[in-house]
Design a protein around this ligand. Structure first.
Ligand SMILES: O=C[C@H](O)COP(=O)(O)O
Length: 338
C-alpha cells in the first residue's frame, strides 16, 4: 500500500519564502580521516531496491503536489551551461529565475504575493557578470561552475585562479569538479588537498563539490569521495556535471545522503546536497524531495541544504502547476525558459 506524504513544510505552516544562499553555519571541514570511509562497503542491489521502494511507497498526495512543486522551484539552480551561451540567454534565464511562474499560475495557486524565485542561477564563469547584472537587487545568488568544468583536467593553480576570477565577478557559489583520477586511484590525500585548496580560494563563496559520480565506477567510491569532499570543507556535495554519460540517479543520491548523515553524526555539520544532470520532469522533482525528506528530514527540503541542478525541469513543473490551476495542459513551448 502506498504511504502518501503531505506538504513539504506541512509541519511549519506552509511553503516558506526563499532562503538566503547557503548554510548559516558553514562546514569548516576536518582533518582527512580515511577511517570514516575505508571499511564502508556499499551493496548496489540494496541501494537500488531502497531507492525504488522509497519513491514507490511514498507518493505525494495530489492535494499536496502543488506545494511540493513550488518548493522544488525554490530549490532549483536554474542552469545554462552550453557552448553557445550568450549574455542575452543568461538575461532571459535570470528573468525566469526572478519570476519562475506565469502570473496567472502563481495567482491561481495563491502564491501571487509570495516572492517565489529559484534557488540560484548557475552559469559558466564568463557569464557571471551578465547574471550578476540581471539579478541585481533580487537576492538570487549567482553560482558559477569553475575548476575546468566539466573534466577539471587543468593545472591546479589555473583551477584556483578560475575560482578567484568568478568570485571577483560576483559569484557567491562555486560548483567545482573533482579530479576523478584521485578517486579511481584511491589517492584520498590528493583529493582532500585539492578540495581544501578550492574551498580556501572560494573565500566567502560557498563551495559545491561535483563528484561526477557516473565516472567513479563504484558506489563505495561515491561514498568515499563524498566523505573526503566534506572533510575538506565542501558546503554541498553534488552528483554530476550534466555532461557525464550517467548523471543524477536515485541510488547514487541515496549513498550520498547516507554520507551526509554519517558526516553529520560524526561532526555535527550539516552539508547540502545537489543532484544534477538529466533531471527534467516534475516527477523527478517530487522523487528527489521524497528521498531528502525520508533520508534527511524536512530541513533538507530548503535551498540552504538542497538544490536541484537543472536546465530544463522548470518548464515541466510550470506545466504541471498550470494543469493544477486550469485543469488542462498548455503546450510545453508556452513555458519555454529562454
Ligand atoms: O549543474 C547542472 C547541470 O549541468 C544541469 O544538467 P542538465 O542540463 O542535464 O539539466
Amino acid at each position: 500500500m502506498t504511504a502518501e506524504t503531505s506538504g513539504p513544510d506541512a509541519g511549519a505552516g506552509g511553503v516558506q519564502p526563499p532562503h538566503p544562499a547557503g548554510n548559516a553555519r558553514r562546514n569548516p571541514g576536518i582533518a582527512l580521516d580515511t577511517a570514516m570511509f575505508a571499511g564502508q562497503a556499499v551493496n548496489r542491489p540494496a541501494a537500488e531496491r531502497r531507492a525504488a521502494s522509497l519513491v514507490a511507497r511514498r507518493g505525494v498526495k495530489k492535494e499536496f503536489q502543488a506545494a511540493w512543486l513550488i518548493n522544488a522551484i525554490r530549490c532549483i539552480d536554474l542552469t545554462t551551461l552550453a557552448g553557445d551561451d550568450t549574455a542575452a540567454r543568461v538575461a532571459r534565464l535570470c528573468a525566469k529565475a526572478r519570476q519562475p511562474l506565469a502570473p496567472h499560475i502563481a495567482e491561481g495557486l495563491g502564491a501571487g504575493a509570495m516572492r517565489l524565485t529559484t534557488g540560484a542561477v548557475c552559469v559558466y564563469p564568463t557569464m557571471v557578470p551578465h547574471a550578476v547584472k540581471a539579478l541585481a537587487g533580487s537576492g538570487i545568488p549567482v553560482a558559477s561552475v569553475a575548476t575546468g568544468f566539466p573534466a577539471g583536467l587543468m593545472p591546479l593553480h589555473l583551477r584556483l585562479e578560475e575560482i578567484h576570477w568568478a568570485v571577483a565577478e560576483g559569484a557567491s557559489e562555486i560548483d567545482i569538479v573533482i579530479t576523478r583520477e584521485h578517486v579511481l586511484n584511491a589517492n584520498w590525500q590528493a583529493l582532500y588537498d585539492e578540495v581544501a585548496a578550492m574551498r580556501a580560494a572560494c573565500g566567502a563563496a560557498h563551495l559545491k563539490a561535483i563528484l561526477a559520480t557516473g565516472e567513479l565506477q563504484t558506489l563505495r567510491n561515491v561514498y568515499a569521495a563524498s566523505m573526503v569532499a566534506m572533510q575538506a570543507g565542501a558546503d554541498f556535495i553534488k552528483t554530476s556535471t550534466g555532461k557525464e554519460g550517467v548523471n543524477a540517479t536515485l541510488p547514487v543520491s541515496l549513498v550520498m545522503t547516507r554520507a551526509l548523515r554519517d558526516y553529520l553524526d560524526a561532526t555535527g555539520h550539516r552539508i547540502g546536497f545537489k543532484p544534477a544532470g538529466g533531471m527534467k520532469s516534475a516527477k523527478d522533482a517530487l522523487n528527489w524531495q521524497i528521498l531528502m525528506k525520508e533520508e534527511m528530514g524536512r530541513d533538507w527540503l530548503a535551498p540552504d541544504l538542497f538544490r536541484i541542478g537543472a536546465s530544463s525541469m522548470l518548464g515541466d513543473i510550470e506545466r504541471q502547476l498550470e494543469h493544477h490551476v486550469t485543469g488542462r495542459y498548455a503546450a510545453s513551448s508556452r513555458h519555454a525558459i529562454a
